[in-house]
Design a binder for this molecule. Structure first.
Ligand code: HAM
Length: 420
């Protein structure tokens, strides 16, 4: 046997039903907010992620699946989808349409991480991006849409962690304050943290080094929100006001900096119990320079990506149950070889009426077919036999209650439909 690659996995039925229902809910909710789907390639130029996600991030530094193709180009399996969306926006001159673009995507991403619960090397994201508007109402609406979606899945009690990481112009002063503050604590920093303090000081704030934990909780630690310009500060205040008005649950987290370099101003994450503190359910934020950094016109943007694997892991039981039940509903079982043609026709008739019908042909015995039907999660079995056919009826077995009744063939759809 050749096993699947470490950190990747097969999604099998009936679990795929749950995934499909989650994705259908996302498409439905996002469409309500005027979002359209975009599909970008899984494979992109390595340069795209170096320029957008950032050279000094963990993702680019040590997690990318990068290789040289047969044409000697350095290509990378996308570790995230925002860069690809921004690239497509520039490549297809979407700015020329002179309107905001609201885009969503659902698809696989790749990061060479240590596999563990909720962390895979191939994982899937459901994400959305708004390109164009820079106002706080856009930030608020993205969060409202997100909570609308999570609410439809049955989540309650989730709350967003929120911060502002300011703009490129505002950050140097904060970074200076941060470096000064850490200068007396260099001994506590491990090699990784020291590198971060040098190359990308904000990253020290989400260090997982346990020796730093206490210091990071220290009230004297500089906070980015205290170093914002008037404009960024107003943006932040307006966002909080709109979130309060929309009753979106959030808490401020001055340590939230996110692991990608393109963010400006608003950043947010949602964690769910059951995932472990380091595994966020989703993350997002504003990126007002990304498009221009990739050679496009100055275009602000904001978006989020939900880790679909993690989402499915912590999905409320009621949603999961109902998705699992959503499979085919009626098994059509010919009693004997000569009944197959009649059963074939009956299954086709049920499908024309919009009922999902599974035909059982080539069966070993009725008992066996009934067992298989039950195991497959079907609700009803319809037995088609010569005797019954001659009398214009079929035998309907309820696989949950095990009761059975004869139903006139012409009444079958009307009898089954309300019970499915
Ligand atoms: P991110 O925080 O790197 O942001 O990833 C978003 C989500 O993807 C995470 O919160 C997590 O649920 C999931 N995720 C990340 N890595 C893994 C993994 N190895 N296994 C399973 N799930 C994982 C981004 O990717 C940004 N592009 C989000 C964004 C969109 N910002 C603005 N627009």
């Amino acid at each position: 046997m050749i096993p699947s690659v470490k950190g990747t996995r097969d999604l099998l039925p009936p679990e795929t039903r749950v995934w499909n229902r989650v994705e259908a809910a996302a498409r439905e909710v996002f469409a309500l907010y005027g979002f359209d789907e975009i599909r970008t390639p899984v494979l992109e130029s390595t340069e795209l992620f170096v320029r957008s996600v950032g050279e000094a991030t963990d993702i680019v530094h040590k997690e990318m699946y990068t290789f040289t193709d047969r044409g000697d180009r350095s290509v990378t399996l996308r570790p995230e989808n925002t860069a690809g969306v921004a690239r497509a926006y520039v490549e297809h001159s979407l700015a020329q349409a002179g309107r905001p673009w609201k885009l969503y995507y659902i698809g696989p991403q790749f990061r060479y991480e240590r596999p563990q619960k909720g962390r895979y090397r191939e994982f899937r994201q459901i994400g959305a991006e708004v390109l164009g508007p820079a106002d706080a109402a856009t930030d608020a609406e993205v969060l409202v849409m997100l909570f609308d979606f999570l609410g439809r899945l049955g989540f309650t009690g989730l709350s967003a962690s929120l911060n502002s990481v300011g703009t490129e112009e505002e950050r140097p002063e904060f970074i200076q304050a941060l470096r000064a503050w850490f200068s007396s604590k260099v001994d506590l920093l491990d090699a990784d943290d020291r590198r971060r303090l040098e190359e990308n000081p904000l990253r020290v704030l989400d260090s997982k080094n346990p020796r730093l934990a206490e210091w990071l909780a220290d009230p004297s630690l500089p906070r980015m929100v205290d170093h914002l310009s008037r404009q960024s500060s107003d943006h932040h205040t307006e966002l909080l006001r709109l979130l309060d008005a929309a009753r979106i649950p959030y808490r401020m987290d001055p340590l939230l900096v996110r692991g990608l370099d393109y963010y400006t101003r608003t950043v947010f994450e949602v964690t769910a119990s059951g995932l472990g503190a380091q595994n966020a359910l989703l993350g997002g934020g504003r990126y007002d320079r990304l498009v221009s950094d990739l050679g496009g016109p100055k275009t602000p943007g904001i978006g989020f990506a939900i880790g679909e694997d993690r989402l499915v892991d912590v999905l409320p039981e009621a949603f999961r149950e109902s998705a699992l039940k959503s499979a085919g509903s009626v098994g059509v079982i010919p009693v004997g070889g000569p009944d197959v043609a009649e059963a074939f026709e009956l299954a086709a008739e049920l499908r024309r009426e919009g009922l999902a019908a599974t035909l059982f042909s080539g069966i070993r015995s009725i008992g066996n077919a009934l067992k298989v039907a039950e195991k497959s999660g079907l609700r009803f079995a319809v037995l088609v036999g010569a005797n019954e056919t001659a009398r214009g009826v079929v035998l309907v077995k309820d696989l949950a209650t095990r009761s059975q009744e004869e139903v006139p063939r012409g009444d079958l759809v009307a009898a089954l439909r309300p019970r499915l």
